[in-house]
Design a protein around this ligand. Structure first.
Ligand code: VG1
Ligand code: CO
Length: 543
């Protein structure tokens, strides 16, 4: 086996500050492209000599090839050990758990999360630090710097490692340890939740459908929900990971998980429904005839988490991303615990979790998690819901109604305009940014602006600062509009418009969310001229 040093040149078009790289799969498959970026990760973290890393991905197209390349590069550069999920597979939360449990120097996750997969779709790679979380900006900036200056990458010329056989293999002096991707994660879940109570729920005839969306959570959900907790076979649907996610879009929302939505809204709907995304870190929660918005799910979990053994001591605090609704704030206020508002992206929760200041965190984009790992965790959220339902013995719809009656209801929706012209989208936000100082006091229909700003964040633990995190327009009475551009799309720009309205009166809470938000939606259009700038008369996705 020989070690080869390839001459190469800087990578064009990188964005600083993002936790990983998401591109078209074809781009990753261009000669040296993947190798170059992997080298930049290695250089950005000070080399891999003597280190142990975790490696796995969501099984999308090119996962297997990329894993072999990364192993050969790590071996050539003196890594001591690579802990790899069997078949090159690991969900994002399971990778986070392995990094922490095994005390490694970090890990590499192959995924473009909820983006579709396949040769014509998306691939991605990201580095997680030894705390198990997405690399913070200080690390991603060093990786970014490396993409500007890279001149060579170093790789071993060798045959593929057998990633199907569990146990240790040698690759040029480096140990490749192939582990079952599910075992350690399932053990962690068994520590946190009352598996006997959840088994009892299923034994008593409680019915559920879990849609793995042909992605990574299939094997995890089968093992835990069907084999361990005793839900009948077939409870987990679309359970076999496929390289193109069955041609679908593995994003657990009412649009892309329509098959499950139809089941849950149908006349023979089971008691409970849930779905997860490509890499297993997102979740959607449904009851019979009921859709739980991610913001409401976070609030309900915060209110009831103490019913699960792992959280019986209560919560140190909660955190939500800025665009997430304020529903959880009301729970925190009532419990007298801290509530933090962070920029979009799980990496901003890391310091709060590490410092023990937040126990539960969540984002409106279907991400919920806790201090058990340093990523959001789809199946964890589903199991916490199941544990709570096993204790409360009431339907999901009633859980929601009782929650709203106690705390009030934050009507919430996100409107996405996908793959719009990036120049026009930026013009729109530039215009809005310039208008912000003049908005307070102005009225749009019945709504009067009380404050408007661009969100910036100073981390209360480490003092790091993040500017430009979304434009906010607040109205008297608690309604709110937030606008920002997505950082995860791969084509053009995606405009996200976040809409919220607070209704304290239980007698007025039954309305459909889109109808309840009509005045806020109209105000967003009146203020920002969304139709004119995007050239669209309606959003592509409403969640
Ligand atoms: C989106 C979501 C954000 C989430 C991010 C990564 O980012 O809005 O809340 O943290 O995806 O999720 P953006 O910049 O496109 O709005 V995942 O499941 O890709 O790890
Ligand atoms: Co994801």
């Amino acid at each position: 086996m020989t070690i080869t040093t390839h001459q190469t040149t800087p990578i064009e078009g990188q964005k600083p500050g993002t936790s990983g790289l998401r591109k078209k799969t074809r781009t990753f498959m261009e000669p040296h492209y993947l190798e170059n970026f992997v080298q930049c990760i290695f250089d950005g973290i000070g080399g891999v000599a003597g280190k142990t890393l975790v490696l796995g991905g969501d099984g999308r197209y090119f996962n297997d090839r990329a894993a072999q390349v990364i192993l050969r590069m790590a071996a050539a550069q003196g890594a001591a050990r690579m802990i790899v999920g069997q078949g090159g597979l690991l969900s994002t939360p399971a990778a986070s758990n392995l990094i922490r449990k095994r005390g490694t120097d970090g890990g590499i996750i192959l995924s473009a999360s909820h983006n579709p997969g396949g040769p014509e779709e998306d691939f991605g790679i990201k580095f997680n630090t030894p705390n198990g979380g997405p690399a913070p900006e200080e690390v991603t900036n060093r990786i970014f710097e490396a993409t500007r200056t890279i001149e060579r990458y170093i790789i071993l010329e060798a045959h593929d490692v057998d990633l199907e056989t569990l146990g240790e293999h040698d690759l040029g002096g480096m140990t490749v340890e192939v582990v079952d991707p599910v075992t350690d994660y399932a053990a962690l879940m068994a520590e946190l939740f009352d598996f006997d109570a959840i088994s009892g729920l299923f034994a008593g005839g409680f019915t559920m459908r879990f849609d793995a969306m042909h992605a990574i959570t299939g094997p995890y959900a089968r093992r835990i929900i069907e084999e361990t907790l005793g839900a009948p076979a077939g409870t987990v649907m679309n359970a076999t990971p496929s390289p193109d996610f069955g041609g679908g879009h593995p994003d657990p929302n009412p649009v892309w998980a329509k098959e499950l939505m139809d089941i849950m809204m149908g006349k023979d709907a089971p008691d409970f429904g849930a779905a997860s995304d490509g890499d297993g870190d997102r979740n959607m929660i449904l009851g019979r005839g009921a859709y739980v918005t991610p913001s409401d799910s976070l609030a309900v979990l915060a209110a009831q988490a103490h019913l699960a053994p792992g959280y019986s001591a209560g919560l140190a605090g909660v955190a939500r991303s800025m665009p997430t609704s304020a529903a959880v704030d009301r729970v925190a206020a009532k419990k007298g615990i801290a509530c933090y508002e962070t920029p979009t992206g799980w990496k901003y929760f890391g310091s709060l979790l590490d410092a023990g200041r937040a126990t539960l965190c969540g984002e409106e984009s279907a991400g919920t998690g806790s201090d058990h790992v340093r990523e959001k965790d789809g199946l964890w959220a589903v199991l916490l819901w199941l544990n709570i339902l096993a204790v409360k013995q009431i339907p999901v719809a009633r859980m929601l109604a009782e929650h709203w009656a106690e705390y009030g209801r934050n009507y919430y929706s996100r409107h996405d305009y996908e793959a719009v012209d990036a120049g026009r989208a930026n013009e729109m936000l530039d215009r809005l940014r310039a208008m912000l100082p003049d908005l307070p006091g102005k009225s749009f229909g019945p709504l009067t602006v009380s404050a408007a700003d661009e969100f910036a964040y100073t981390d209360p633990v480490d003092g790091s600062y993040a500017a430009g995190q979304g434009l906010r327009i607040l109205f008297e009475g608690g309604s709110r509009i937030v606008m920002r551009l997505s950082g995860t799309g791969t084509v053009g720009a995606t405009l996200r418009v976040y809409l919220e309205r607070y209704e304290p009166d239980p007698d007025k809470q039954a309305e459909d969310a889109q109808a309840a938000l009509a005045e806020v939606i109209a105000a967003a259009e009146a203020i920002a001229h969304i139709a004119e700038y995007t050239g669209r008369d309606a959003p592509d996705v409403k969640t």
